[in-house]
Each structure stands twice: as C-alpha cells, then as structure tokens.
Design a protein around this ligand. Structure first.
Ligand SMILES: [Zn+2]
Ligand SMILES: [Zn+2]
Length: 193
C-alpha cells in the first residue's frame, strides 16, 4: 500500500493542530494540506491557503527573499492543493492576531502541489487507498479481473478499465480527467516502497 491514510489527523493535521515544535509531533513527517487561495508575498514568499476544515492560514518560506521561490514552477498554483511537510506553527505575537505556518527556505522544494482542490484530493486519495486494498475491478462497470482483462490508465496507473468504452466514460463522466493528475501527484509525493 503506497497511498497514506488522509483521514489520519496525526499524519495530516489541520492548521490549528500544527505543532510549534515539529520534533515534538507524534508523527514524522507530517503533512499540512492547504488549498492555495492567494500569493501574499511582500518581503518573503507567502501563500494564503485554506486547510481541511476551511480555516485560512498563511504559509511563509523563511530565509528566502521575495523572489526566492517561483510558486508556479513549484506547482503551487491558485486552486491547487499544497502539501507542506513538517510545517511549524508560529503563534501570533499579539492576542487577536492570527499565527501562521513557517517552512525553512532550505526545505522549500519539499512543499509540493497537487493539481486539484483539497476536497477533491481527499476524496481521490481515499478512493485510491480503498482500491489498492482490493483486487482489480473496472473503475466504471466493476467487472472483475478474473472475468475480463483490465488495463490500467497509462497516466496514473491508479485506475483500471475493462474496455475502451469504460475508459472513455471514466475520463469524461466520472471525472477521471481531474483525478488522474491528482493520483499522479500523490504517487510522486509518496512513491511505493
Ligand atoms: Zn468496465
Ligand atoms: Zn489516470
């Protein structure tokens, strides 16, 4: 099984439960997920995101100057989901203000983008995990591998189809077009060991 359990809140904490001291967190590494809302860079590369509870937070890349990170090249585009490993919560300096999440500039390359909104990423990841646990069925008509010859989607290798017709239906009607890129990104970030 390669896909981590996205329902595990110790592995995928919310902004509010991100620790101030990452080394004290029970799970290592852990990943904060956020849907990218805006680029708010003033002095350091800064994104505004929304976590799995739709709570907004800022992500600041420490130790980089304002041009130190090309968000688009890093796959961190508006509407996409950022995966932030070992994000450190910096509490607000004054009461009533919001804290933010900080990542060391040297680890900026470890922050990855998944091409899809967070809600969809969570759904696709859960489906992918379920599918990994059971033996091959067609994604569209559920024909079993023992009865038909299944072919894997060449894009993501995470979806299986019994025929060209089912593959075409999966791509358009069942939304695999978006899921395919999400699955590919998940497999790149968490490769099979
Ligand atoms: Zn089928
Ligand atoms: Zn695919």
């Amino acid at each position: 099984m390669s896909t981590p359990n996205f329902s595990d809140l110790s592995l995928f904490p919310t902004f509010a439960t991100c620790p101030e001291d990452p080394s004290a967190h029970p799970t290592k590494p852990y990943y904060l997920l956020g849907q990218i809302k805006d680029d708010m860079t003033i002095t350091k590369p800064t994104l505004v995101l929304s976590d799995r509870e739709s709570s907004p937070f800022a992500l600041v890349f420490d130790g980089l100057d304002r041009d130190g990170l090309d968000f688009k090249r890093a796959g961190l585009k508006k509407g996409h989901t950022a995966v932030i490993p070992d994000g450190r919560q910096v509490p607000p300096k004054e009461e009533g203000k919001r804290g933010f999440v900080s990542v060391e500039g040297a680890r900026a390359g470890e922050v990855k983008g998944i091409p899809g909104p967070l809600e969809k990423v969570l759904r696709v990841a859960l489906e992918l995990r379920v599918r990994e646990g059971e033996e091959g069925r067609c994604d569209v008509c559920a024909a079993a591998a023992e009865d038909v010859k299944l072919k894997k989607c060449t894009g993501c290798k995470g979806a299986s189809y019994c025929s060209k017709e089912c593959q075409a239906a999966g791509w358009s009607k069942e939304g695999h077009k978006e899921a395919c890129g999400i699955i590919r990104a998940i497999k790149e970030i968490w490769p099979k060991k």
